[in-house]
Structures are given as structure tokens and as C-alpha cells.
Ligand binder design. Structure first.
Ligand code: CAA
Length: 380
């Protein structure tokens, strides 16, 4: 068993770290306050190949492996989880979905632009009454020969306002349950496709999250992905990969908070010594570091499973479940170590604490991850 990263992996990690320090760190507090993330930064991430990390170079991607992807996600998330969620959704949910299940024409038309950052993608599954219970889609797509007519509402859509391409999950035959669901490629500007106001969120405030409304949107049949009725399995498989990205995001948030807490504890003095010399603080640092390393093992294992062509449904759910728990618990501890300074924005840890919470919710709550893990254990 080899725990060492390759030279190529180290180079990719360092490139992401450098980008995060030089491009993301300046302005991260302002972007969080103003709930914005400029297109110029999205373009820079595209130029660096971060928006199509695992996509085949023949479709404009970087052709890297899932280990590289999680290294990039961790580094970006240490500094700005709003940036990394754009990367995560574009890579894991949209590019992967199109590359694995789209036809050649769809890949030529959409994947090339998504992988290079000319387009940004969004993945539209959740609805007001179908978040965790994903089979209960109310959005309908009715077959009209050469096109479908789509009606419905999607909620909490990451990149909802920014995206150019939207993968929309809809019910085509309610009687068939999960086998009557399909996924369609929609483009911004299609008649009847409305983007609702931006959500005012607790965390990842730079990333734009919207409700989308479809009123008789006419979508060509050529925009349906995969065989008729394959949409639910498409969504579940795609989300399994997405969970690796979010697990890496949680790992990055946790390690970013740990690094800040360690630095602060080595500088801040109380009772005549640096606070890291007090066991109350030293033990917190030990717990944080140990849990983060354990989370890293799970994240790497899930990415490795994907790279080896193994099934990663269980390992990705385990990585996301654990890494998001570690992120939540230890960002709280990082704030505690910072004392009063932790409660003000300039020290960054309060933002990391707010950002951590979403990793226990999106791409399946922690409870959903436990369903996926336990079903897999029982079935085995
Ligand atoms: N890969 C392939 N197929 C899969 C699969 C997978 N990972 N998981 C399930 N399926 C298949 C099953 O084999 C089954 O097929 P058959 O009927 O042919 O046997 C079918 O899908 C239905 O499966 P289940 O009976 O297990 O479905 P369920 O209704 O019980 O749901 C669930 C299971 C795990 C709870 C699922 O609904 C789920 O994961 N829910 C959470 C959804 C989620 O993550 N939402 C987040 C929204 S996206 C988001 O957050 C994006 C963003 O913007 C950041």
C-alpha cells in the first residue's frame, strides 16, 4: 500500500494551492458579504483546467484522475468553498453526466464548452417536495413526438443564475416510478424557462443558488440524455461521484480551519505563554488533525475506487458522511480556539464554519448517506 502522492499529483495540488492563495484569498470576505463570485475568476479556473478535470482531452478536458480532482477541490475549499462548489457541480454532476451518458452530438455541442469553462453547468434534481426523496419528481416532461414539453419547479440549484447549460431531471411516466424518469439538457434563454431570485444563504454565499421555473418549455428530443427511463439511475450514479467532490470540499474546509487555528494558537498568548502550550488547546489541535487525516483517507479511498473502475457508491457516501461531520465539528472548534477573534469576519474561521454546514446537506444529507451505506452493507 502506497500513501505517497505522485509527482504529478503534487504539482496539481500545488497549482491549485497557488491559485487559491493568489486569486481566491484576496476578496473572499467581500465576495461572501456581497454574495457574488465574478465570472473573471470562473474563467481563470477554466483556463487552469479545473472545470473539466476528469474529462477526456478530446472533449476539451484535462484528462486527470479522481485523485487529482479531490486534491484540487481540497485546496480551493480551504480558501473559498463558493469557488469549489462551482467546480464540483460542473465537474462531477454536469461534465461527468454528459461524458458517461451523453451521445456524441451532445458531447460535441455541450461537453467541450463545459470542460473548458466557456460554459458553466447546473444539475437540477431537487424540488420543493423531492429533495431527499428523489423519485417523487413533480416536474413533468411530456412526449410530443420530436420534442418534450417540460413543466415544474426546481429548488436550491447551484449555479442556478450563472449556468448556461442545465441538466433537468423530470418525470416522463409517473406509473413507472423511478423507471419513468429522464434527464434533459436545457439552455438558458429557452422560452418558458425562468430563473427565480438568488437565495440569501448561511454559507457558500458567493455561489448563486436559485429556484427555477419551467412553464411549457419545449425541449428537442435530441436533448434527452440516455435511453428512455434511465434518468433516475443517471442521477444516482452522477450523485455518487458528486459526493466525492463534496467530501473533498468538506475536507478542505476542515483543513483550512485547522491550519488557521494552529497558526493562531502558536501566536496568541494567554496566561504567559502561547495558547498552544495549554493542554485545553493542544488537545483540540490533536483531535482536529487526527479526524482530518481519517477523513482524508476516506476521501482518497473513494477517489481511488473511482479511478480503479470499482463501485464507489458506498465509499463516496462514507467519505461525504465523515468528512462533512469533521468539517462541521472542527470549524466550530477553530472558532473556539480563536476566541472573540473567531467571531469576526477578518479571521476567516466563522465563514468556514458557516460554509461547513452545507456539506452535511447537499448532494444528499448525512441521513441519506447512511441509507446508501447501510443498504449496501445489507445487500452484500
Ligand atoms: N447507481 C445506479 N443506480 C442506482 C443507484 C446508483 N448509485 N442508486 C439507486 N439506483 C437504482 C436502483 O438500483 C433502482 O433501480 P431498479 O429499480 O432497477 O432496481 C432505482 O435506482 C431506484 O433505487 P432505490 O429504490 O434505491 O431508490 P429510492 O427511492 O429508495 O432512493 C435514495 C434512494 C438513496 C434515498 C435516493 O433517493 C437519494 O440518493 N436521494 C438523495 C438525492 C440527493 O442527493 N439530492 C441532492 C440534490 S442534488 C444537489 O444537491 C446538487 C447541487 O446543486 C449541489
Amino acid at each position: 500500500m502506497d500513501f505517497k502522492l505522485s509527482e504529478e499529483h503534487i504539482m496539481i495540488r500545488d497549482a491549485a494551492r497557488d491559485f487559491a492563495q493568489t486569486e481566491l484569498l484576496p476578496g473572499v470576505i467581500k465576495r461572501d458579504n456581497k454574495q457574488e463570485f465574478p465570472q473573471s475568476l470562473v474563467k481563470k479556473m477554466g483556463d487552469l483546467g479545473f472545470l473539466g478535470v476528469m474529462v477526456d482531452p478530446k472533449y476539451g478536458g484535462s484528462g486527470m484522475d479522481a485523485i487529482s480532482y479531490v486534491l484540487i477541490m481540497e485546496e480551493l475549499s480551504k480558501i473559498d468553498a463558493s469557488a469549489s462548489v462551482i467546480v464540483s457541480v460542473n465537474n462531477s454532476l454536469v461534465c461527468y453526466g454528459l461524458e458517461a451518458y451523453g451521445n456524441e452530438e451532445q458531447k460535441e455541442k455541450y461537453l467541450k464548452k463545459l470542460a473548458t469553462g466557456q460554459f458553466v453547468g447546473a444539475f437540477c434534481l431537487s424540488e420543493p417536495e423531492a429533495g431527499s426523496d428523489a423519485t417523487s419528481q413533480k416536474t413533468t416532461a411530456i412526449d410530443h413526438g420530436d420534442h418534450y414539453i417540460i413543466n415544474g419547479t426546481k429548488n436550491w440549484i447551484t449555479n442556478g443564475g450563472r449556468a448556461d447549460v442545465y441538466l433537468v431531471v423530470a418525470q416522463t411516466d409517473r406509473d413507472k416510478g423511478s423507471h419513468g424518469i429522464n434527464v434533459f439538457i436545457l439552455e438558458k434563454g429557452m422560452e418558458g424557462f425562468h430563473i427565480g431570485p438568488k437565495e440569501d444563504k448561511l454559507g457558500i454565499r458567493g455561489s448563486d443558488t436559485h429556484t427555477l421555473q419551467f412553464n411549457d418549455v419545449k425541449v428537442p428530443k435530441a436533448n434527452r440524455i440516455g435511453t428512455n427511463g434511465s434518468g433516475f439511475r443517471f442521477a444516482m450514479k452522477t450523485l455518487s461521484g458528486g459526493r466525492i467532490g463534496i467530501a473533498a470540499q468538506a475536507l478542505g474546509i476542515a483543513s483550512g480551519a485547522y491550519e488557521l487555528a494552529l497558526k493562531y494558537a502558536k501566536e496568541r498568548k494567554a496566561f504567559g505563554t502561547e495558547i498552544c502550550n495549554h493542554q485545553a488547546i493542544a488537545f483540540k489541535l490533536a483531535d482536529m488533525y487526527t479526524d482530518i487525516e481519517a477523513a482524508r483517507m476516506l476521501v482518497m479511498k473513494a477517489a481511488w475506487d473511482k479511478d480503479q473502475g470499482k463501485n464507489y457508491d458506498k465509499s463516496s457516501a462514507m467519505a461525504k458522511l465523515y468528512a462533512s461531520k469533521v468539517a462541521m465539528e472542527h470549524t466550530v472548534e477553530a472558532v473556539q480556539i480563536h476566541g472573540g477573534n473567531g467571531f469576526v469576519k477578518d479571521y476567516h474561521v466563522e465563514r468556514l464554519m458557516r460554509d461547513a454546514k452545507i456539506t452535511q446537506i447537499y448532494e444528499g444529507t448525512s441521513e441519506i448517506q447512511k441509507i446508501v451505506i447501510s443498504r449496501s452493507l445489507i445487500k452484500a
